[in-house]
Write a protein that binds this ligand. Structure first.
Ligand code: F6R
Length: 602
């Protein structure tokens, strides 16, 4: 759960690396460090804290050299402190490296190396790699050979950037189950965990595959197989991402920018998937046993997808958190099973493990992913991309609404193949979907009103979000957004559940937010809002029905929309409400405490 960047060329490496680290901070931000190399030696500076603070404190921009690697960390082994920050070195200080991933067998390797006289400085799993390479150097003809021999002894996941003091013309980058992409420049080259880190300099990229490493100089690169050392030819792709897309574009936070990007993102998701969903629907039509696996916000997207699939395609998917699926459903997966994995990052450890299990059991695996070239896309039999562009804010926003877009398109197409819903209804939904970006634009105009509402709610300690049917996942997602960035306790639940327990928690002034699109259960939901109000709750409703005006203390007027498409516009005010509450409470919504964007550990 860390970010890596490497550079070799003619520029001061520290400048490129610091910029790259800032763009990678979303991958982890408890500590950071840089190593650069010149003809003389390696120069390392690292510490706990955010990049901006470390640039000042450690004078990172004064590091000499035109080649180097940097790292931003989210601790997995060893507390976040100066010593555990990357880069890590061997005893001689000639080998330095940064790592994203987890070395599973580090404890036994460490024991062996300690017995051979190596001295360890940190508590990390990463440091063993540097010492292991140092050990292998004793019996190898080249650094590259030593590196390969060492890495073949590791179990676990790793993306690595490696620098060796005695080879001033090159850097090494390795990928195994953690992402790594090369950036190909003119007289300079880059490598990073993610494209935005070097997008300012080049959009020409090569995605490394698992078990591959690259030897990179300023005018050359060679990609080889870790197992054999054999050279691999790989195409250079052009990334469709622009720097504009990867920066804040004038918004105070990435999250706000990403909320406002949703109309564009949904349009892109529609355009990017018209043919892809047709193909996918054809391939999955035969499966009656369907699981949807995901975590967090992606799981909520799966729950919405369930309603759409069952209403249109008359298929009832079982939607499970990937972390549960792996342990509970193993015996039920076979060649007649379809597993749909939803993951923004394509890196979530539990989701990847669930996908691997499904593959092992012979199931068909379809992934809905945002990050191109990510691990999930490599495991899946087929992938649908959400085309949302890079999402830097830790809280998922535009990737959620684009996941919903893709799921809706897939369900429509599947219903068409299966003949389970009339063509007229499917056409109506397709038309409605094309209008969703405009509806979202309309909802975004409530931004100022939502900020005002947030000002009145800023001191509340508990929130309840309620909905019925397809709006239950919207209520859950609204509550999740609030929890993760404002640190206010919130629950999202089906309105029908209220009086079976949670109603006991309602006191004077507790906000109850009702997600109330027009549809077959609106009357019932209005009854639930009244029940909450009778217990003193402060009721806030999202909807377009006149009836809501009578019951809710505050109504956020929503444009009329087909109930099946409502989860897309209806989540937007809840994202904005959470955002404003977070900012008003002095939190950084882009970097909520204790959380990281990609959860690459189980
Ligand atoms: C919440 C959030 C997380 C992710 C979850 C899964 O805003 O972002 O709950 O949705 O960690 O991540 P992906 O979709 O990358 O698998």
């Amino acid at each position: 759960m860390c970010g890596i960047i490497g550079y070799i060329g003619e520029r001061p490496a520290c400048e490129v690396i610091v910029k790259g680290l800032k763009r990678l901070e979303y991958r982890g931000y408890d500590s950071a460090g840089i190593v650069t190399g010149d003809e003389e030696a390696l120069h390392i500076r690292k510490g706990a804290g955010r990049i901006d603070e470390l640039v000042e404190r450690l004078k990172l921009l004064e590091l000499p050299g035109k080649r180097g690697i940097g790292h931003t960390r989210w601790a997995t082994h060893g507390v976040p402190n100066d010593i555990n920050a990357h880069p890590h070195t061997d005893c001689s200080g000639k080998v330095a490296l940064v790592h994203n991933g987890i070395i599973e067998n580090y404890a036994e390797i460490r024991e062996e190396l300690l017995a051979k006289g190596h001295r360890f400085k940190s508590d990390t799993d990463t440091e063993v790699i540097a010492h292991l390479i140092e050990e292998e150097l004793k019996s190898s003809e080249s650094f590259e050979e030593a590196m390969r021999k060492a890495l073949l002894k590791l179990k676990g996941s790793f993306a690595l950037g490696i620098i060796y003091a005695e080879e001033p013309d090159r850097l090494y980058f390795v990928r195994n189950e953690s992402p790594l992409v090369l950036g190909i420049g003119d007289g300079e080259n880059f490598a990073a965990s993610d494209v935005p880190a070097f997008l300012e300099y080049t959009n020409r990229v090569i995605f490394l595959d698992d078990g591959e490493y690259a030897v990179v100089g300023k005018d050359f690169y060679v990609i080889k197989k870790l197992a054999t050392g054999e050279v691999v030819e790989k195409p250079v792709d052009e990334s469709g991402w622009t720097l504009e897309m990867a920066e804040k574009s004038g918004y105070p936070h990435f999250m706000l920018k990403e909320i406002h990007e949703q109309p564009r993102a949904i349009r892109d998701a529609i355009h990017g998937n018209i043919d892809a969903v047709k193909k996918a629907a054809g391939e999955i039509a035969r499966y009656e046993k369907i699981f949807v696996v995901a975590m967090g916000t992606s799981y909520h997207a799966g729950l919405v997808g369930k309603y759409i699939f069952q209403r249109l395609a008359k298929r009832i998917p079982i939607v499970e958190e990937a972390s549960e699926f792996r342990y509970e459903f193993e015996d039920l997966i076979d060649e007649d099973t379809l597993v749909i994995a939803i993951t923004q990052s394509g890196e979530t450890a539990d989701t990847l493990a669930a996908m691997k299990l499904a593959k092992k059991k012979g199931a068909k695996v379809l992934a809905i992913v945002n990050v191109v070239g990510s691990m999930a896309t490599r495991i899946a039999d087929l992938t649908l991309y959400t085309h949302a562009g890079p999402e830097i804010g830790v809280a998922a926003t535009k990737t959620y609404t684009t996941q919903l877009t893709v799921l809706t398109m897939l369900a429509i197409e599947l219903a068409r193949v299966l003949g389970t819903t009339s063509e007229e209804r499917l056409k109506e939904l397709e038309e409605g979907l094309r209008e969703v970006p405009e509806l979202v634009e309309e909802v975004l105009r409530h931004d100022a009103a939502l900020r005002e509402l947030a000002e009145n709610l800023v001191n509340k300690r508990d929130f309840f979000y309620i909905g019925r049917g397809i709006s239950v996942p919207t209520a859950m997602e609204g509550a999740l957004k609030l929890k993760e960035i404002s640190y206010i306790h919130a629950e999202g639940l089906s309105a029908g559940e209220l009086k079976h327990g949670p109603l006991a928690l309602l006191e004077e002034g507790v906000p109850v937010v009702a997600v109330a699109p027009s549809g077959k259960t609106l009357d019932k939901l209005i009854g639930n809002i009244e029940e909450a109000k009778a217990r003193g709750a402060l009721t806030i409703a999202l909807g377009s029905s006149e009836a809501l005006k009578r019951v809710a203390d505050t109504l956020i007027e929503m444009p009329p929309v087909d109930e099946l498409l409502s989860p897309m516009p209806y989540i937007v005010p809840l994202q904005l409400l959470a955002y404003h509450l977070a900012v008003l409470r002095g939190n950084d919504p882009d970097k909520p405490r204790n959380l990281a964007k990609s959860v690459t550990v189980e």
